[in-house]
Design a protein around this ligand. Structure first.
Ligand SMILES: [Zn+2]
Length: 238
């Protein structure tokens, strides 16, 4: 069973287990906080424990969040690029074939034809990100359709300046921001669930929040993570 407690704006996931002692973890890259607690320990006791560790939690989160803010990429060797929340260092390689992207350990290799302009490289990488999302989303949407009992007729991926996702209720189509390919999978999944919840409820009212709480109790953590992770724009809506 998973519970959630709130310490100010920090949401803590509480998992009961067959263990003797309470255990607290803060996970990168989102700074997600989880407490494993003995089966019979009540939530108030766990809350008191969590409050006593608040300073430590914030310190861990700050450390994990001191990642660079995203500035425009220049496509230079060893520049940081993100995929699924992980940081990769760029390697640019020339070859005599169509462009290709490859992940190897901590590197992302961009294979381009000899003499390719740097200005053309972002589009090559974006195409790869789009391809990755297109491959991953059908199964994810399928799984949530069953859980939420809604039907998504179509989905699309596009670059959006101020939104993580949108939902066209009439067409039962959801749109997702290409940038989500760079974020941890749980953040992508949160936006998918959020947009799918709009198929049930149009606005962000109490009913909408109740749906999110029911289907994805940890949603505030992912929302918070999306706003903290390296982003190009400051004010996102969805
Ligand atoms: Zn929304």
């Amino acid at each position: 069973m998973v519970d959630r407690i709130k310490l100010g704006d920090i949401a803590v996931e509480v998992v009961r287990k067959e263990i003797k002692n309470v255990h607290l973890s803060v996970y990168p890259p989102t700074g997600r906080v989880r407490i494993s607690a003995p089966l019979r320990m009540d939530l108030d006791t766990i809350r008191v424990f969590a409050i006593s560790k608040l300073g430590w939690i914030k310190k861990q989160q700050a450390r994990q969040q001191s990642q660079e803010r995203e500035t425009p990429r220049e496509f230079l060797e060893k520049e940081s690029h993100y995929f699924k929340g992980r940081r990769y260092l760029l390697k640019i390689r020339e070859h005599n074939a169509p462009p290709r992207v490859e992940l190897k350990h901590s590197h992302i290799a961009l294979y381009v034809r000899r003499g390719t302009d740097r200005e053309k490289m972002p589009a090559i990488l974006d195409e790869w990100y789009r391809h990755q999302l297109k491959a991953e989303l059908p199964a994810m949407i399928d799984r949530w359709e069953k859980i939420m009992n809604v039907r998504v007729k179509d989905f699309g991926i596009k670059k959006m300046r101020t939104r993580w996702g949108t939902c066209n209720r009439e067409a039962a189509r959801i749109w997702l921001n290409l940038e989500l390919a760079k974020k941890p999978t749980e953040c992508l999944e949160y936006i998918v669930v959020h947009e799918m919840a709009h198929l049930v409820e149009k606005t962000h009212n109490a009913r909408f929040v109740a749906l999110m709480d029911r289907f994805m109790p940890m949603w505030p953590v992912y929302k918070e993570a999306l706003s903290r992770l390296p982003v190009k724009h400051e004010n996102w809506r969805y």
